[in-house]
Ligand binder design. Structure first.
Ligand code: KIV
Length: 290
């Protein structure tokens, strides 16, 4: 079922403010020329239509991250996230955006078994959400799958370094690349993913020097998270950078304190309801004075 048409009569979704041209994979890829990205790429996560509408004018890419497992569904990790969740939230984000390239995360278990399994899952995500690209975690081990998808019309963003779907193997979310062997493996993984055809690569939670090496070594844009300012772009989980959670990882900069602001607004509402101060005449329907 196609779910990405806007019905502005029955939903709060607003049609494109300016019917514009969406960022494309070749245009995004071309932001890095001869190893140099003049204008860093701005990427944020989005899971809902309204958040997509708010972020879209400021971003080149919106990522429907499987971090929605924790952020939206209160799950303990990204491991339980399903293809159904990614399709539904991907469609909402496509409906709420008109400018950014929308990429959707492939959830754990939907792509690792074989390139064929990955193709079936990715094709479903693209058909049901209308997204332009998928992202999947893994280095050398995923190279054959990335080549298989890229050669069959599915643009892929790689993801190396700290790969949260592997939390049970890694034993936690600590920064990667502290030993020489681990650092060398991250570089090898990034090269393998780029050589396989990924048009961009997310590098997460690595020592800054490794992020710099990966960025310098690859022809495709490298998007950092907990990585380095020298990356070709940056991505953060939007709810983290807006301060919606009390605890945020060290690499997140909080640009607002939405948790406190929401708390204050809801406290004011609750006080007015209890004191019968809300609603007032302004918010109730009364016969018009004649
Ligand atoms: O799931 C996610 O949100 C991500 C980003 C943090 C890169 O993969």
């Amino acid at each position: 079922m196609s779910t990405f048409t806007i019905d502005s009569g029955t939903s709060r979704a607003t049609p494109s403010p300016v019917p514009g041209k969406r960022m494309t994979v070749p245009a995004l890829r071309a932001r890095k020329i001869d190893g140099v990205t003049e204008q860093p790429i701005v990427m944020l996560t989005a899971y809902t239509m309204r958040m997509a509408q708010l972020l879209d004018p400021h971003c080149e890419m919106l990522l429907v991250g499987d971090s929605l497992g924790q952020v939206i569904y209160g799950l303990p990790s990204t491991v339980p996230v399903t293809l159904e969740m990614m399709c539904a939230h991907g469609a909402a984000v496509v409906r709420g955006s008109w400018h950014s390239l929308v990429a959707v995360d492939m959830p754990f278990g939907s792509y690792e078994a074989s390139p064929e399994q990955a193709f079936a899952s990715a094709a479903r995500v693209m058909k049901e959400s209308g997204c332009a690209a998928v992202k999947l975690e893994g280095g050398e081990a995923m190279a054959r799958t990335i080549a298989f998808l890229s050669e069959r019309g599915i643009p892929v963003i790689g993801h190396v370094g700290l790969t949260p779907q592997a939390v049970n193997t890694l034993g936690g979310y600590g920064a990667r690349g502290k030993s020489e062997a681990e650092a060398a493996k991250i570089l090898t993984d990034a090269r393998a993913v780029a050589d396989a055809g990924a048009f961009a690569i997310v590098v997460e939670g690595v020592m800054e020097a490794i992020a710099d090496q990966v960025t310098a070594a690859l022809a495709v844009p490298v998007i950092g998270i907990g990585a380095s300012p020298k990356c070709d772009g940056q991505v953060l989980v939007t709810e983290d950078m807006l301060g919606l959670f009390e605890r945020t990882p060290r690499f997140v900069k909080r640009y607002d304190d939405l948790a406190a602001r929401i708390g204050a607004a809801v406290e004011a509402y609750a006080g007015e309801v209890r004191g019968r101060e809300f609603p007032t005449g302004e918010q109730t329907y009364r016969p018009k004075a004649t």
